[in-house]
Design a protein around this ligand. Structure first.
Ligand SMILES: Nc1ncnc2c1ncn2[C@@H]1O[C@H](COP(=O)(O)OP(=O)(O)OP(=O)(O)O)[C@@H](O)[C@H]1O
Length: 209
């Protein structure tokens, strides 16, 4: 469950004040946030992830008011409950696929459940490259690893920043289906921000900034 109200934000070195529309999601709802380049989509995603703090307004995720958390409490909350799929892939190149997943679990304070790791690898068709280094896997495998790293700790919320805009139609559909599937399996909210209108039909709820 995610609720935001009267959110606004301004970068310190800028005069632009971003004001964001209300978001109101029940358990397991998904949401697509559309908007042209530079409108503030990533900024909103970073507010929802608690990476940025709003100048005004409130964000509540599963009954936790993000404003009430200190920086370190927010880092812990994010590590445990939020899964982030980044525009730029965030795997550590010197580690294997498996070691990257283990590292992600370490940051969420969850113990390493080997069965859960294997299940996610299986679901995302990554089992064959479990022990390969990041520089030995394909772009598509790296993309799927990004999703695996966002869901391995079974977050309440999955936030994805432009997960499809650089992909062809086939891979675009695959990535969106994987994200939706993983959100359903974890009973998580999925929020995707994009300017990619190809995925509009897949979401019940959309907001245009
Ligand atoms: N750290 C920052 N300091 C100052 N301005 C910033 C900062 N980060 C982003 N901006 C500016 O804020 C505006 C919104 O950026 P944001 O990345 O949220 O847009 P976006 O809608 O996600 O764009 P895109 O689709 O191109 O990724 C842009 O004009 C950007 O230059």
């Amino acid at each position: 469950m995610i609720h935001t109200s009267e959110l606004s934000f301004k970068y310190k070195n800028s005069d632009t004040l971003f004001r964001f529309p209300e978001i109101d999601l029940d358990a397991q709802d998904s949401l697509l946030i559309l908007g042209e380049s530079g409108i503030g989509k990533t900024t909103l995603l970073h507010l929802l992830a608690g990476i940025l703090k709003p100048d005004s307004g409130k964000i509540t995720i599963h009954d936790t008011d993000l404003n009430s958390l200190t920086r370190s409490q927010m880092d812990k909350f994010r590590g445990e409950h939020i899964g982030l799929v980044f525009q730029k892939k965030h795997a550590i190149p010197s580690l294997s696929v498996y070691e990257n997943l283990k590292t992600r679990l370490f940051f969420s304070d969850k113990h390493i459940d080997e069965l859960a790791v294997d299940t996610v690898l299986e679901q995302l068709n990554l089992k064959a490259c479990k022990h390969k280094n990041i520089n030995e896997i394909s772009e598509g495998q790296l993309q799927r690893l990004g999703i695996a790293m966002a869901v391995i700790h079974q977050p309440k919320v999955i936030l994805a920043d432009e997960p499809t805009s650089s992909l062809d139609d086939k891979n675009c559909n695959m990535v969106i289906n994987l994200l939706k599937e993983q959100a359903e399996k974890n009973n998580a909210n999925l929020i995707v921000i994009t300017h990619d209108h190809r995925i509009k039909h897949v979401f019940q709820n959309t907001i245009t900034l």
